[in-house]
Design a protein around this ligand. Structure first.
Ligand code: HXC
Length: 258
């Protein structure tokens, strides 16, 4: 499929790569771009040959936020009636893991999009921020919620109230990203992580992602119950028997996604 604002690649080993491609606007996340992104991710989610996705931008910008020029002249009635930017949440409905490879600016909606992904690998030049307050507004896609859960209240407050940015190393220290790599290696590193995931059984991958995400929604007791139920449910899969049999036989498992 040909996209205007994306470049996609389906690799051999269960990994698909999506690159945001709007170089003249630092990948600002316009309605059309987000529409394409959600469609592409849904296609990959529904493709049995894809087990994990890598989402990245350019070396200069993962994404510099929602498209300010597109939003500028909208009034309240319009944004409310059309549920402006509501479609973004569909990114977090994708069931297969998404590894974000973040280089350069991840600001506003760009930071929020990265946080909707499951694992963030940052290049050394990555900068994360929620500068909406400088525009007379506040984050609208998780910047006050996901960020606070990850980096804690004080730093999230500071970022949302001052618009100050985190560099890659502080982002790593505060748990926003898994690790920092040289900028030119970010995408390869993301692909490596996705390839590791892609060796495993699709329903088990989905269950693991689902359980970790539920930890952000449920109380500990509810979360533990949810986890136990899905852990038990893996015993309905032939891949669970194959995994344990292969261990006993000292060979590599041959998963069939069933
Ligand atoms: C529209 C954008 C843009 C954006 C950059 N551009 N960010 N256009 N929306 N968010 C455009 C610029 O207008 C410019 O186009 C081109 O990209 C290059 O950007 P420059 O500013 O010339 O580059 P530079 O000087 O290197 O500065 C980079 C930057 C700056 C620091 C990232 O562009 C910037 O501050 N951008 C806005 C960041 C921001 O406030 N994001 C939050 C948006 S609100 P022209 O045509 O002039 O060359 C948001 C709400 C989320 O995200 C809510 C979600 C539900």
């Amino acid at each position: 499929q040909i996209w205007e604002f994306l470049r996609t690649e389906k690799r051999e080993n269960g990994v698909a790569v999506v690159r945001l491609h709007r170089p003249d606007a630092l990948n600002a996340l316009s309605g059309p771009l987000m529409g394409e992104l959600v469609s592409a991710l849904r296609n990959m989610d529904n493709d049995p040959e894809v087990k994990a996705v890598v989402l990245t931008g350019s070396e200069r910008a993962f994404a510099a936020g929602a498209d300010i020029k597109e939003m500028k002249d909208k009034n309240y009635a319009e944004v409310y009636k059309t549920a402006m930017l509501e479609a973004w949440s569909e990114v977090s409905d994708i069931r297969k893991p998404i590894v974000a490879g973040v280089n350069g600016f991840a600001l506003g909606g760009g930071c929020e999009l990265a946080m909707m992904c499951d694992i963030i690998i940052a290049g050394e030049n990555a900068v994360f921020g929620q500068p909406e307050i400088q525009l007379g507004t506040i984050p609208g896609a998780g910047g006050t919620q996901r960020l606070t859960r990850v980096v804690g209240k004080s730093l999230a407050m500071e970022m949302c109230l001052t618009g100050s940015r985190l560099d890659a190393h502080l982002a790593e220290k505060r748990g926003l990203v898994s690790r920092v790599v040289p900028t030119e290696q970010t995408v390869d590193e993301g692909i490596k992580v996705a390839e590791k995931i892609a060796q495993f059984s699709t329903p088990v991958i989905i269950a693991a992602k689902d359980c970790v995400n539920q930890s952000q929604e449920l109380s500990l007791q509810q979360g533990l119950k949810y986890e136990k139920a899905l852990f038990w449910s893996t015993f309905a899969l032939s891949d669970r028997l194959e995994g344990m049999t292969a261990f006993k036989d000292k060979r590599k498992p041959n998963f069939t996604d069933e």
